[in-house]
Design a protein around this ligand. Structure first.
Ligand code: 5GP
Length: 194
């Protein structure tokens, strides 16, 4: 997605540990136009695929899942990282290792929001080692739902997440694929079109 790649080049910053900081348009401040374009692009890429619900993970996946959900006209469910008092006790849970924070946390989804046999599209902001998405896939399988695909805003191709997901036979559509962040330079798998 050219506009996304251009924005990453313009406003993305590289941090230690192969982290791309995109706080000014994705992770902290959000650009609504770009977010809606991203939602439409997910809709176009998964056109013709049966999607009953979108599943994402708080916090950064929600905006993009919502924009996609608008086009698919389906509900958006997000896994919670903190189970508060407003959450029912009947939950599906999975443990996730956080790449950016280097800690483990538990994600939860109320059983009432996922029904057996539903076709899910999983959406997240980044794909690195695949742990967040694997946690969501685990929850989908507990709920006896089918994962029809995974939509990622930014994939870091040099980390194993996409290979792991594809080896499980899951279709992954990433809107910007980064091949390298070495030498403080952002290199995409497919170069920007001139
Ligand atoms: P994974 O579970 O695939 O290892 O990592 C995915 C999660 O870690 C994403 O939900 C995202 O929040 C975070 N993440 C991984 N790599 C990056 C990165 O380079 N930049 C940012 N901003 N977040 C990242």
């Amino acid at each position: 997605m050219e506009s996304l790649k251009q924005r990453i080049l313009k406003d993305g910053r590289i941090l230690d540990g192969n982290i791309l900081k995109v706080d000014s348009f994705i992770n902290h401040q959000i650009d609504p136009r770009l977010a809606f374009d991203i939602g439409r692009e997910f809709y176009n890429r998964f056109a013709g695929v049966r999607i009953d619900k979108i599943l994402t993970i708080e916090t950064s996946g929600i905006a993009f899942a919502l924009c996609a959900g608008y086009h698919f006209n389906v509900p958006v469910v997000f896994a919670k990282k903190h189970s508060g008092i407003n959450m029912s006790s009947d939950v599906y849970q999975s443990k996730v290792h956080s790449y950016t924070k280097q800690t483990d946390y538990t994600i939860s989804v109320s059983e009432q929001f996922l029904s057996s046999g539903e076709n899910l599209l999983i959406i997240d902001d980044f794909l690195a080692n695949g742990q967040a998405v694997l946690g969501l896939i685990n929850i989908a399988s507990q709920a006896k739902c089918k994962v029809s695909g995974v939509g990622i805003v930014i994939e870091k191709d040099f980390q194993p997440g996409s290979k792991i997901l594809r080896s499980l036979g899951i279709r992954v559509e990433s809107l910007a694929v980064i091949e390298s962040l070495k030498n403080n330079k952002i290199i995409f798998r497919e170069a920007l079109k001139k």
